[in-house]
Design a protein around this ligand. Structure first.
Ligand code: ADE
Length: 310
């Protein structure tokens, strides 16, 4: 699996060289590259953000810089789009990453004119936000097309189901927003180009930027890759896995008694049937108490007779 991450703090991802992720890279299971968004800027300050249109606090990440970066990483033709500079003057953005803007933009502008015919504004934003995010077709091997993922506290929640689906992708490209977020036209534009674009929140709280959220999603996805974890069974059994996800039962190790607290006797009985029943009951009880929403989502047909009694 190829993984590109774009951030204004690419060093944040240096930790991916450690631990299981580092081993997975060494084994060739994943190939990760963290890029600095500022490498695609052309101004002397390497600015990536601007004030929000319509007013408001904070800064919003600019679409032009992201687009040059994403076009390149997605392998799309670069586009020289006419825009306005901060003073309201028309200007043409460069498509190469040198600091000098070339005068010869005629070819680039003609590509831009073709691309401009794509009516980005016509993307039905409600559809994009509420529809289940596009599915990766392939269930056996890797899907071909890249998946572009933006963490966003205002997006649908990222779940184990999403992690499982994305673990079948061949190429993931994560874009980390900072400040007040990124210009909303960026995901709309790439959707209109036919790219599989996802926006996910990792929880109902606001972080300073997307880096932590990307790390969370990345770990949830890559640990599902065959060969990533030493013990594949532990993945099958753990919480949130499968159609009928329950919180996992509690775990104990030796000694049987520690500081006066005993491991439940049944777990020491050696009777695997009883142990399984005990664990299943505990999973159901804990899920009912802590996450009743998961119980509501359970498929009743998948409950066994003994479950119904608990
Ligand atoms: N960026 C800031 N907060 C976030 C969250 N909760 N999930 C995803 N991205 C975020």
């Amino acid at each position: 699996m190829k993984i590109d991450i774009v951030s204004v703090f690419p060093e944040y991802f240096d930790v991916l060289n450690l631990s299981l992720f580092g081993k997975a890279q060494a084994k060739g299971l994943v190939e990760v590259k963290a890029h600095n968004l500022r490498d695609w800027t052309h101004d002397v300050h390497h600015s990536v953000d601007d004030t929000p249109v319509g007013g408001g606090a904070g800064m919003v990440m600019k679409p032009e810089v992201w687009a040059e970066c994403l076009d390149e990483l997605l392998g799309l033709e670069p586009v020289a789009a006419a825009g306005h500079d901060g003073d309201g003057n028309m200007k043409s953005s460069a498509t190469d990453r040198s600091d000098t803007v070339s005068d010869d933009t005629s070819d680039q502008q003609s590509i831009g004119a073709v691309r401009d015919e794509v009516d980005v504004a016509a993307v039905d934003i409600e559809d994009a936000a509420s529809a289940p995010q596009a599915s990766i077709s392939d269930s056996n091997g890797r899907a071909d097309g890249p998946v572009l993922i933006f963490p966003n506290p205002s997006a649908p929640l990222f779940t184990q189901r999403d992690a499982t689906e994305l673990s079948h992708a061949g190429h993931l490209l994560f874009g980390c927003g900072r400040y007040e977020g990124y210009d909303a036209r960026i995901p709309d534009y790439y959707r209109a180009q036919g790219v599989d674009v996802r926006e996910y929140s990792i929880g109902d709280y606001v972080l300073n930027g997307g880096e932590v959220a990307v790390s969370v999603m990345l770990e949830a996805i890559t640990r599902l890759l065959p060969g990533f974890m030493g013990n594949a069974e532990s993945i099958v059994e753990e919480s949130y896995t499968g159609e009928n996800a329950l919180l996992e039962h509690r775990q104990y190790t030796k000694p049987a008694e520690w500081r006066g607290i005993r491991v439940p006797d049944i777990l020491l009985s050696g009777d695997h049937g009883k142990v399984d029943r005990f664990r299943r009951d505990e999973a159901l009880e804990r899920t009912n108490a802590i996450r009743p929403d998961l119980i509501e989502q359970l498929d009743c047909a998948a409950l066994d007779k003994a479950d119904r009694k608990t």
